[in-house]
Design a protein around this ligand. Structure first.
Ligand SMILES: Cc1ncc(COP(=O)(O)O)c(C=O)c1O
Length: 417
């Protein structure tokens, strides 16, 4: 850094780190610096302990401080930290993790593609759906339909498919052939499919919309979507970046809802965030297309696809979930949040409660600022997440009943004040 610039930045206390989703003018002193974590708690650099009621950013399903995963990653790094998997190469951990994820997935004969994040998973799935249509003899099928309120990451594919206009503002122009539709109304979805009949490659949706404010699907919505996709020749993509790996008490949300998409994205809880890893599970329908032509070459992939250290974290993470029965804890978490937040609704402190499994949100009454509620909860030692007029919860699956009570108590106190 040029000395003059360093001096200027220091004087303003603006950090060199340009933070994601933050005002670039935010000063260093306004950040909460997290130093360590254990279970469902994290500790800041001053030693203050907080309940992590968001599993960091919807991902730390096994909780923090799992030395078992650290050891598995370290062991792998000592063997070989990284080696690419393009064309000729593979490695035992990527193969093992693909087999494991495939086995846990809803598909009979899955293939598993790896990348390093949810956004890359979404972009990959969009490209994979289009190339599958093209391979199946329908290169004209290029339209991707997404839902309002949907969050699909921040690369250009995901930003183009986004149903959250503030995340698009100023970043255009976007990818062509993307249509964003009403999030709940299947008749409107059908109207768009019909208007673009013969042109639609895929419909992409989160089974439970997360970052848009935690909106579970209406009864029958996902089954209806599956039916529409089948009737209009579109692939169905479930973006399971949040819901994958146990969030709803099943390995994938598709299993909880009994609706099987053609492609399933995942990231976050596949490693509980111990290493960056994402991917796409390819279902039987698209597998058949890809493997149907021996001359087809899958010209897509990332330097870190199947990265051994990241895959080692994935294997260790899934082993913990299985051994400790973490998916079975979701019914307790669901019940506690449903009752606790429902009580706040009965008392008129919130205007709506939404959620399922271990993903919950409250809608704040008009005039109540989400930033103040977030700040008051933080001051009482609970990290939630504030979205417009909304506070969300997505705790590690190891959270205790007491910690849930404390979390909901902190929300109640913040709302009462
Ligand atoms: C449903 C969904 N898709 C995609 C993403 C993007 O993931 P990442 O931030 O790892 O790129 C997210 C992130 O929250 C998400 O919730």
């Amino acid at each position: 850094m040029r000395p003059a610039l360093a001096v200027t930045l220091a004087a303003m206390s603006i950090p060199t780190f340009l933070h994601p989703f933050a005002a670039p003018t935010r000063e260093q002193a306004d950040f909460l610096s997290i130093a360590s974590g254990q279970g469902a708690t994290v500790t800041d650099t001053t030693g203050r302990v907080y309940i992590d009621a968001m599993a960091s950013l919807w991902y730390a399903n096994v909780g923090h401080g799992r030395s078992e995963i650290a050891d598995a990653v370290a062991e792998q790094m000592k063997q070989i930290a990284g080696f690419h998997t393009f064309s000729t190469f593979t490695n035992p951990v990527a193969d093992a993790l693909a087999d494991k994820i495939g086995f846990l997935s809803p598909y009979d004969r899955p293939r598993v593609f790896f990348c390093s994040s949810g956004s890359e998973a979404v972009d990959s799935a969009m490209k994979m759906a289009r190339i599958a249509q093209s391979q199946a003899g329908h290169p004209e099928r290029t339209v991707v339909i997404s839902r309002e309120r949907g969050y699909h990451g921040v690369t250009y594919g995901g930003t183009s498919a986004s149903g959250l206009p503030p995340n698009q503002a100023g970043f255009g122009p976007f990818l062509g052939d993307i249509v964003n539709v009403d999030p709940d109304d299947l008749a409107k979805m059908e109207a768009v499919l019909s208007e673009h009949s013969g042109e639609v490659a895929a419909v992409i949706t989160e089974p439970v919309q997360g970052a848009g404010g935690v909106y579970p699907p209406h009864d029958g919505y996902l089954a209806g979507l599956r039916d529409l996709c089948d009737r209009y020749g579109a692939y169905l993509i479930f973006d399971e970046v949040i819901t994958g790996f146990g969030r709803l008490g099943t390995w994938f949300a598709s299993q909880r809802y009994g609706v099987t998409p053609d492609l399933t994205t995942f990231a976050k809880a596949v490693t509980s965030g111990y290493q960056p890893l994402g991917g796409v599970v390819v279902g039987d329908s698209i597998r058949a297309v890809y493997e149907g032509d021996p001359d087809f070459f899958f010209r897509h992939g990332f330097t870190y696809s199947g990265h051994p250290s990241a895959c080692a974290a994935g294997l260790a993470n899934i082993a913990i979930m299985e051994r400790e029965g973490l998916l079975e804890r979701v019914s307790m978490i669901e019940q506690k949040f449903k009752e606790g937040l429902g009580d706040l609704l009965d008392r008129g402190l919130v205007s709506e409660v939404r959620g399922t499994g271990a993903m919950w949100a409250v809608q704040l009454p008009t005039g109540v600022s989400e930033a103040s509620v977030f700040a008051e909860m933080l001051a009482s030692g609970v990290i939630a997440r504030s979205l417009p007029s909304t506070i969300t919860f997505c705790p590690p699956l190891v959270i205790t009943e007491d910690q849930i009570d404390t979390t909901i108590g902190a929300l109640a106190t913040a709302l009462e004040s």
